[in-house]
Write a protein that binds this ligand. Structure first.
Ligand code: ADP
Ligand code: MG
Length: 266
């Protein structure tokens, strides 16, 4: 299958007060169409930098970023981005927040509204369409942010720790909802997470990064049985705990920090 996203020998340095700092070095990465890939690794290893490069927020200092075989020139409507913070506008209802992309593009229509209402229903928010973000729980707000992202029908979803601020049971529910919604639509996804169980449960492929400078240490292909099962079912499979154990060992090994992997919960 063709690569939807590709990083070719990508290095990126940020300009700062003390000169330049190399954030990622010589990163090669391929995400196939419809694939779900997670990026894991210690804080500061360049996970967000890689997502921002894929989103076209800035060009890499060196190397090439490709979307569907073509160089990324800037933000693209085919790429949706979801963050830990939901950036819902407090003065707009959930429905109106979800419709904002259509508004910006001057594409308001009954069809757009129907699409948003269908998505709200699919994600269990049909009763909240006319409510405001501050009236909703964290998990509901993240679902609303997902509706807004999916409404634009992106081919690719970039997810930067979207579940990390949520309570455990809400997080598990959301993992399942997001996985099902993306799989059903054949979307390509790149998830950044601190949670190795989450990476194991959701992904087809897990990229383990190391820091100083950020680089790819290993790419782990998730066993077929886990790939085919949704996140909840995956956790019950015999292959699951060994996979998490393998990830845990590798991330701890590459975490150069003094606490050596202490940031990870097994
Ligand atoms: P992660 O998401 O894995 O925690 P980041 O991509 O945020 O890592 O950061 C990678 C490295 O680049 C870190 O050393 C960080 O301090 C540095 N960095 C990130 N963003 C900037 C920026 N805007 N300016 C300067 N340095 C940055
Ligand atoms: Mg980050």
């Amino acid at each position: 299958m063709a690569a939807m996203l590709k990083l070719e020998s990508v290095s990126h340095a940020y300009l700062g007060g003390q000169g330049t700092a190399l954030a990622v070095e010589e990163v090669n990465l391929e995400v196939l169409t419809g694939e779900f890939v997670s990026l894991v690794g210690p804080s500061g290893c360049g996970k967000t930098t890689i997502l921002n490069l894929l989103a076209g927020l800035f060009p890499p200092s060196r190397g090439h970023v490709l979307l569907d075989g073509k160089p990324v020139q800037g933000p693209d409507v085919r790429v949706g981005y979801m963050l830990q913070q939901d950036y819902l506008f407090p003065w707009r209802t959930i429905k109106s927040n979800a419709l904002i992309g259509f508004e910006i593009r001057g594409e308001q229509s009954e069809k757009a509204e129907r699409k948003v209402l269908d998505l709200l229903r699919e994600l269990g928010l049909d009763g909240s369409a006319e409510r405001y973000p501050q009236e909703l729980s964290g998990g509901m707000r993240q679902r609303a942010a997902l509706v807004r992202t999916l409404a634009g029908e992106p081919d690719v979803l970039l997810l930067d720790e979207p579940f990390s601020a949520l309570d455990m049971h809400i997080k598990l529910q959301l993992e399942e909802l997001v996985w099902q919604a993306l799989r059903k639509r054949g979307k390509t996804a790149v998830l950044v997470t601190h949670d190795l169980q989450e990476a194991a449960a959701m992904s087809d492929k897990i990229v383990v990064l190391a820091a100083n400078p950020g680089r790819v240490e290993r790419v782990i292909t998730v066993p077929e049985s886990i790939r085919q099962a949704g996140p909840s079912a995956s956790r019950k499979l015999a292959d699951f705990e060994p996979l998490v154990g393998q990830l845990w060992t590798q991330v701890a090994e590459y975490d150069a920090g003094p606490a050596g992997g202490a940031a990870y919960e097994q």
